[in-house]
Ligand binder design. Structure first.
Ligand code: ZN
Length: 677
C-alpha cells in the first residue's frame, strides 16, 4: 500500500458483485437517491448513532456543522467561476415556470446535478469540463426572467453582464476545458482550470517554492498546502486561506463550530487537537498544521474522530495545494474487533504460512487498522467519497508519530446493498447456488480479505540478508500486492478463522474465491479500453493470481471457462485444490521477493498479468454495457437534528434519512454558504 492511500470507490465497487448481509432495516431502507448522466447517488445509514452517549452525539453534531460549513471553499478552489455558476443555475431552477418535461429544462437539470456532484463545472473524476445539453438561448432567456436581486451580481453588474461573463465558461469547450491537466509538455498551471493559481506560469510557481524550500530540513512544512499563488505588482506571492485571508467567512464559521465541539471532546488529548486546528485556521501557519496532525495521529483512544481541512492534493497538477474536505466518524467496535483479533494472532499466521521457513519473520507484528462509521461527508469527500483513508500525509510525521488507517464500513455496506439487484451477478455468475453463497458470505469474506491483506499480508515474510528491497524494480508493487492478496486468499479458507470466531461456515470462503477468480479473469476488464493492456498494479496482481491458478489447475480442471449459450462463464470445480494453488503461488512469490529474483518476477508478470484476450474482453464489455450500471457513485448525507429542552439545551440528537438529492443540495446552498452571501 502506498503512503497516501485514498481508495476511490468508483467503478471498482460497481464491478464487485452484490452482497447482502441483512440488517433489521435493510429491506425498508431506500439506498438509491438519484440517477443521472454517469452518476448514481446513494444513501448510507449510520448504525449505532443512537447508542452514542449524549456528549458524543453533541460532539458529532457540532463537527458535522463544521464539516458542512466548508462546502463553498471546494467549489471555489475547483474553479473561480463555480460559485457564481452554481448560484445562477440554482436561481434558474427555482424561478423556472415552464413545462417540467421541456427538453431544455430536463437537460439543464441534469447539468445542475452534475455541477453539484462535481463541486463545479468539471467532472469529479476525469476533470473534463461538462458539455451542457441545453441551449445557450434557454440559459439566456431564463437568466433574463429572474429578478436582478436573485442573481449573483456584484460591482454594478447587470444580468446582461452576467450572461456575457458566464456563457463562454459554460458553453465554449475551449474555455477552461480541464480542471487538472497532467499532459506532458504543457504548462500545467496555465492549462489547468483550478483556482489554486492566478496569473502565474508553472516555471514561476516552481521557482517560487524552490526558493522557499530548505532541503536540509528534516521536518518540512507542507509547502503551499493552504494558499493561492498570485502575481501582484509583478511579484509572485501567496494569499493564505485563513481567518482574515482567503475564505475567511467560511473558515470563521468552521472555527465557530469546532469551538462548540471542543466543549464536548472525549478527552483532554482530543480537545487539544481541536483547539490546535482552530489556531491553525486562524493564522494559516503550516507549522501549527503539523503540530495539529501529530496530536491527531496520536489520539487513537477517542471513539469519535474527524478530519477537517486542506488535505489531499490531487486537484493540483503540481500536487501541493490541499482541497478542502471533512469526514466525521466514530469507531465501529464490532468490525474493529475483527482487525484486532487478526493483529493479535499475527505470529500464528506467520508461523503456519506455506512459504519456506527461511523467508518467514521470527517476530511479526500485525498492523491494527480501525473500522469506522461515517456520520457526515463534506467537501472533497462529498458526494463522491473514499472508502478508506490513511493520514496524515506528511512523510516525516508518519515515520515519527504514526498514522491512522481506516476503512469506512457503512459506506462499503451501502455500495453493496445498492448494487444488489443491478443484474451484475445474474449476468456473470454461473449458477444460482454460487449467487446464493455470494449473497450470504461475500460481504464478510470481502472485508476479511481486505483485513488479512492489510493487517497481516504486507507485513509478513522477510528478505534474505543483503537483498535490495527494490530488486524487483518496476514489477515490485504488482508482486507486493500479489503477495498480500495470496496471503489473504490462502488464510480465508483456513479453519483458524472459524476457531477465532471470524467466520461461522467452513464454506464461506468460496464466495470470495469465486468473485476473485471472476474479477481477475473477466469482469475487471470492463475498466480497460479495447485494445489496451493492463497497467495498474492491483489489476495486474489480480490477473496474475487468477490466470496462474487457472493455468496450473488446467490438468485437473480445477477452474474452467465454460461457454453457455454463447457466453463465457467461470466454473470452479475444486475449491480445495484452488486453495492449494494459491498456497503454491504464495510460496513462489515470497521466494522471489526474499531472494530479489527479478527475472522470475518479470516472467510471471509478463506471462500472466498484462496481455488481454481481445475476444473475451469484447464480450465482457458488451455484456457489462447492457447492464446500464452507473460507473460513478456518491452519497447524500443523513440529517442531524438537535432536540432542545425549554432552556434551549440539547438533550438529544436525532438522525434521519430520506432527503432527496436536489433537496439536500438546495438546502446546503441556502444554509451553508458563507462565501456567497
Ligand atoms: Zn496492498
Amino acid at each position: 500500500m502506498k503512503s497516501i492511500n485514498k481508495l476511490l470507490a468508483v467503478a471498482v465497487m460497481a464491478a464487485s458483485a452484490p452482497l447482502t448481509v441483512m440488517t433489521a432495516s435493510a429491506e425498508d431502507f431506500n439506498y438509491v437517491a438519484d440517477h443521472f448522466a454517469d452518476i448514481e447517488v446513494l444513501r448510507y445509514q449510520v448504525p449505532d448513532f443512537d447508542n452514542l452517549s449524549l456528549r458524543q452525539k453533541k460532539l458529532v453534531y457540532y463537527l458535522t456543522e463544521a464539516a458542512l460549513s466548508g462546502r463553498d471553499i471546494l467549489f471555489d478552489q475547483n474553479c473561480k467561476y463555480n460559485l457564481k455558476i452554481r448560484q445562477t443555475l440554482e436561481a434558474i431552477y427555482r424561478n423556472y415556470r415552464g413545462a417540467a418535461d421541456d427538453k431544455d429544462f430536463q437537460a439543464f437539470t441534469t447539468y445542475l446535478k452534475q455541477v453539484w456532484f462535481a463541486n463545479g463545472i468539471h467532472h469529479h473524476y476525469s476533470t473534463d469540463k461538462f458539455t451542457p445539453a441545453f441551449s445557450r438561448e434557454f440559459f439566456e432567456k431564463q437568466v433574463r426572467a429572474i429578478p436582478a436581486a436573485k442573481l449573483p451580481l456584484c460591482d454594478g453588474q447587470t444580468a446582461e453582464g452576467l450572461i456575457a461573463e458566464l456563457v463562454p465558461v459554460i458553453f465554449d469547450p475551449t474555455v477552461l476545458p480541464k480542471r487538472v491537466n497532467q499532459a506532458e509538455g504543457a504548462d500545467l498551471i496555465v492549462t489547468s482550470a483550478n483556482n489554486f493559481y492566478e496569473g502565474v506560469t508553472q516555471a514561476e510557481v516552481e521557482n517560487y517554492y524552490n526558493a522557499l524550500k530548505d532541503t536540509t530540513d528534516l521536518t518540512p512544512i507542507s509547502y503551499g498546502l493552504n494558499s493561492r499563488v498570485v502575481k501582484r505588482d509583478g511579484k509572485v506571492t501567496e494569499d493564505v486561506y485563513k481567518i482574515g485571508g482567503v475564505y475567511s467567512a467560511a473558515i470563521s464559521r468552521i472555527c465557530y463550530y469546532l469551538d462548540q465541539a471542543a466543549k464536548y471532546a472525549e478527552s483532554e488529548e482530543q480537545r487539544r487537537h481541536i483547539n490546535k486546528l482552530i489556531e491553525y485556521y486562524a493564522t494559516g501557519d503550516l507549522r501549527l498544521f503539523d503540530e495539529y496532525s501529530i496530536l491527531w495521529a496520536r489520539d487513537t483512544a477517542s471513539k469519535v474522530d474527524f478530519i477537517n481541512g486542506f488535505i489531499e492534493s490531487y486537484g493540483d497538477p503540481l500536487g501541493m495545494k490541499g482541497s478542502w474536505e471533512s469526514i466525521v466518524n466514530f469507531k465501529n467496535e464490532a468490525a474493529s474487533h475483527r482487525t484486532e483479533v487478526l493483529s493479535s494472532n499475527a505470529q500464528w499466521f506467520e508461523d503456519h504460512s506455506p512459504v519456506d521457513p527461511r523467508f518467514r519473520k521470527d517476530v511479526v507484528k500485525g498492523v491494527s487498522a480501525k473500522v469506522i462509521t461515517a456520520a457526515i461527508l463534506a467537501g472533497d469527500s462529498y458526494p463522491a467519497t473514499p472508502i478508506g483513508i490513511n493520514l496524515p500525509n506528511a512523510n516525516w510525521i508518519r515515520a515519527a508519530h504514526g498514522s491512522k488507517s481506516v476503512t469506512i464500513e457503512n459506506i462499503t455496506d451501502a455500495y453493496d446493498k445498492a448494487s444488489h439487484g443491478n443484474g451484475f451477478n445474474e449476468e456473470f455468475v454461473i449458477d444460482q447456488p454460487t449467487r446464493d453463497l455470494m449473497d450470504k458470505y461475500l460481504f464478510i469474506t470481502d472485508n476479511l480479505h481486505t483485513d488479512l491483506h492489510e493487517c497481516l499480508g504486507h507485513g509478513s515474510g522477510r528478505l534474505l540478508p543483503g537483498v535490495d528491497p527494490d530488486a524487483l524494480k518496476a514489477h515490485g508493487s504488482t508482486l507486493e500486492e500479489t503477495r498480500a492478496d495470496l496471503f489473504a486468499l490462502y488464510y480465508l479458507a483456513d479453519p483458524k478463522l472459524i476457531e477465532l470466531g471470524l467466520l461461522d461456515n467452513p464454506e464461506a470462503y468460496k464466495a470470495e474465491y469465486y468473485k476473485y477468480m471472476l474479477n481477475g479473469m473477466m469482469t475487471q476488464l470492463m475498466r480497460i479500453e479495447p485494445g489496451k493492456d493492463i497497467e495498474e498494479a492491483h489489476m495486474r496482481n489480480r490477473k496474475l493470481i487468477a490466470e496462474w491458478a487457472y493455468d496450473h489447475g488446467k490438468k485437473n480442471k480445477v477452474v474452467e471457462l465454460k461457454k453457455i449459450k454463447g457466453k463465457t462463464y467461470l466454473k470452479i470445480n475444486d475449491y480445495e485444490k484452488l486453495r492449494d494453488l494459491f498456497g503454491q503461488l504464495l510460496r513462489e512469490i515470497q521466494r522471489i521477493k526474499s531472494e530479489g529474483d527479478y527475472n522470475a518476477g518479470r516472467d510471471l508478470v509478463e506471462k500472466y498479468a498484462v496481455k488481454v484476450d481481445q475476444k473475451l474482453h469484447r464480450e465482457v464489455l458488451d455484456r457489462y454495457a447492457r447492464l446500464n450500471i452507473a460507473p460513478y457513485k456518491g452519497f447524500v448525507n443523513p440529517i442531524y437534528t438537535p432536540v432542545l429542552d425549554g432552556d434551549g439545551e440539547i438533550v438529544d440528537v436525532k438522525v434521519t434519512y430520506g432527503e432527496g438529492y436536489i433537496d439536500q443540495m438546495l438546502r446546503y446552498s441556502r444554509d451553508y454558504s458563507p462565501l456567497t452571501k
